[in-house]
Design a protein around this ligand. Structure first.
Ligand code: ATP
Ligand code: MG
Length: 181
């Protein structure tokens, strides 16, 4: 399975200053009072993995992910989040011990994605995670209400979910692309 080693957040939602959360092997738990930013951490992870819907990030528009200022801090102009994954097992098809994916957005809507600091497309991020079961549609982030939703899925939709988690989605996508030509 994929091992997320750290999450760096800067200018995203309530995180005005840069924070780096180091995660150990096994289970990590985020605790804190109401409104302290726990769900914002989950939103940050979902966002780097390519979430394009502001509503799924509990906002009205994408700009809402950028720190909007507080009584003691001015707003910032850019949000940036990085996830660093262990790749010592080669789960990602890249010749690096660690894989860091980064997403950045500016107030004018300009956005960028990076894999190990090299600019890339959102599609590249999707492909990187497609077979790991950890993509944004994968099983790794189960939001409130999602458990019930999964239980209520039609059999075909549940199959799609299981296929993604087990790693056959990539071949299905490739087949579809090949047939298009
Ligand atoms: P709960 O225990 O109630 O679920 P939580 O720890 O999950 O709380 P979050 O929902 O992560 O809390 O954080 C909410 C806080 O984030 C609110 O105070 C909100 O004002 C702040 N916040 C969200 N978006 C922004 C933004 N763009 N700029 C500044 N602050 C923001
Ligand atoms: Mg919450």
């Amino acid at each position: 399975p994929v091992f997320l080693k750290s999450i760096s957040i800067q200018g995203f939602k309530s995180f005005a200053d840069k924070v780096k959360l180091e995660l150990g092997q096994g289970l990590s738990v985020v605790v804190g009072p109401n409104g302290s930013g726990k769900s914002n951490v989950a939103d940050a992870v979902r966002w780097v993995l390519g979430e394009q819907s502001a509503k799924n990030l509990r906002g009205g528009k994408m700009e809402d992910v950028i720190f909007a200022g507080s009584t003691v801090r001015r707003p910032v102009g850019m949000a940036e989040v990085s996830l660093t994954f262990d790749n010592s097992t080669g789960i990602f098809p890249l010749d690096f011990q660690e894989v860091t994916i980064t997403r950045r957005v500016y107030r004018d809507g300009e956005g960028q994605f990076f894999i190990n600091r090299a600019p890339c497309r959102l599609k590249d991020i999707h492909e990187l995670f497609m077979d790991t079961g950890a993509g944004k549609e994968g099983f790794s982030i189960i939001g409130q209400g999602r458990v019930e939703e999964i239980l209520n899925l039609k059999s075909e939709e549940r199959r799609t979910l299981i296929e993604e988690a087990s790693g056959i989605t990539k071949y299905r996508m490739r087949k579809r692309e090949a047939l298009k030509r």
